[in-house]
Write a protein that binds this ligand. Structure first.
Ligand code: ZN
Length: 259
């Protein structure tokens, strides 16, 4: 790819709230709250980070064509493209003598020949498909009131890149205690673990409390008490707003940018 990702400017929507501040109802709808699955998607077999297991779920040429035409508000559009830009820059490869970075994953507007692409549209709640499927449209839905902040958009973009929630890692019981008694009825599946090798890749990274894919400690609580408690002293599960160093490493490894 013969382009460099310029250093992005940071923009806000004026009332940017922490990810933990997101109304959980906004994460409703899909599997585990905000994940949508393509037909024929076998969640027990095809989950990866946790990144979906299977090369087929990675975007070819590390490129994600997108169509943002349904986001009619120009400022909302800018929030989305800026979130993409920051993600691309964060996972890009630094080069000496330039502030620009070589892209690792590349979001670009959809061309006439792109049959598989990401469609971004307004919707109820914030949700996204997980991973790429050939010849298919993948979708991100963003509720106008609540989803247009950089961290939320990047979380959904990570699903599109085929990443799942960090707290579903097979080894999570060594890092967080799940308080099943505090979980809202019907939301227990959000806390199920995956299996290395058959459903998620083991990328050799350690469990990452700071992952943008980790829910905050009160996620899906029915009584205001924590649904997850970190087992390591001093850790607070506040819900990250930026990609962590491990998130960046995992994207780069999954998309073969670490060579
Ligand atoms: Zn999610």
């Amino acid at each position: 790819m013969n382009v460099l990702i310029p250093k992005p400017e940071q923009i806000t929507n004026g009332s940017q709230t922490a990810y933990r501040g997101i109304d959980l109802k906004l994460l409703g709808g899909g599997f585990q709250g905000d994940m949508l699955f393509h037909e024929n998607y076998n969640v027990t077999k095809n989950v990866r980070g946790v990144a979906v297991y299977g090369d087929n779920y990675r975007w070819p040429y590390n490129t994600i064509p997108y169509d943002i035409s349904a986001i009619t508000d120009i400022h909302d559009q800018k929030m989305v493209t800026n979130a993409m830009h920051i993600l691309m820059y964060d996972v890009g490869t630094p080069i000496s003598g330039s502030e620009g970075r070589v892209p690792c994953v590349y979001f670009r507007p959809r061309g006439a020949n792109d049959q598989a692409y990401l469609k971004i549209q307004y919707g109820t709640g914030c949700s996204a498909h997980v991973g790429y499927v050939s010849h298919r449209q993948s979708e991100i839905y963003l509720q106008k009131d609540g989803c247009f902040e950089t961290g939320v958009i990047q979380h959904e973009l990570m699903h599109i890149l085929s990443f799942h929630h960090e707290q579903c890692r097979p080894d999570r019981d060594n890092y967080v205690q799940v308080n099943w008694e505090n979980i809202e009825n019907g939301k227990q599946y959000s806390f199920e673990k995956y299996t290395w090798g058959s459903s998620v890749y083991n990328q050799g990274t350690t469990y990452d409390y700071a992952s943008i894919m980790h829910y905050f400690g009160n996620a899906f609580s029915k009584n205001g008490k924590p649904t997850m408690v970190p087992l390591k002293a001093g850790v607070v599960l506040h819900g990250a707003r930026v990609l962590s160093p491990t998130d960046i490493f995992e994207v780069r490894q999954l998309y073969n940018c670490n060579a």
